[in-house]
Design a protein around this ligand. Structure first.
Ligand code: RP5
Length: 161
């Protein structure tokens, strides 16, 4: 399946995955998501990554979040890592961002499955003009929302005077 393969370290990361899947679906990007823990099921991670024809991988994991790095070790395709929040937070961020030289993972913010999805779509859009156009429209929608919010916000203050 060309598109995006998302691996979650645990079903407990589902909420972050849902955000990524929602954005990818909105952008019309094929996506498959499944649970595969690099600590608890290392063989499953190897099988899934080696057997995948995805263009981009997203690894979502918390605590000692080795999953995105493990995916990156198995492929030369781009890997995006999403650190999941927990009791400490910096644990997952540093585990994903501090990759050794030669095996990069593009790391987005804590729980930012949505940004991982957009970044993945931007990568795929380099060779997909129709997707590039949908990304432009997605950006335009965000712009319009800020303008609308600004109007509502200002009107709220004017009403309070
Ligand atoms: C990580 O450990 C997972 O990605 C999850 O964020 C965290 C906790 O996992 P569970 O104990 O909820 O399965 O591997």
């Amino acid at each position: 399946m060309p598109g995006v393969l998302i691996l979650l370290g645990s079903a407990s990361d589902k909420e972050v995955c849902d955000r990524a899947v929602a954005v990818l679906r909105e952008l019309g990007v094929a996506v498959k998501a499944t649970v595969a823990s690099t600590h608890r099921t290392p063989d499953r991670v190897v099988e899934l990554v080696r057997g995948s024809d995805a263009d981009v991988f997203i690894g979502i994991a918390g605590v000692a979040a080795a999953l995105p790095g493990s995916i990156a070790a198995l492929t030369t395709k781009p890997v995006i890592g999403v650190p999941v929040s927990g009791k400490v937070n910096l644990d997952s961020i540093l585990s994903i961002v501090q990759m050794p030289p030669g095996i990069p993972v593009a790391t987005v913010g804590l729980d930012r499955g949505d940004n991982a999805a957009i970044l993945a779509a931007q990568m795929i859009a380099l060779k997909d003009p129709a997707l590039a156009k949908r990304l432009e429209q997605y950006r335009a929608k965000q712009r319009e929302k800020v303008h609308a919010d600004a109007k509502t916000f200002e009107a709220g203050y004017e009403g309070g005077r």
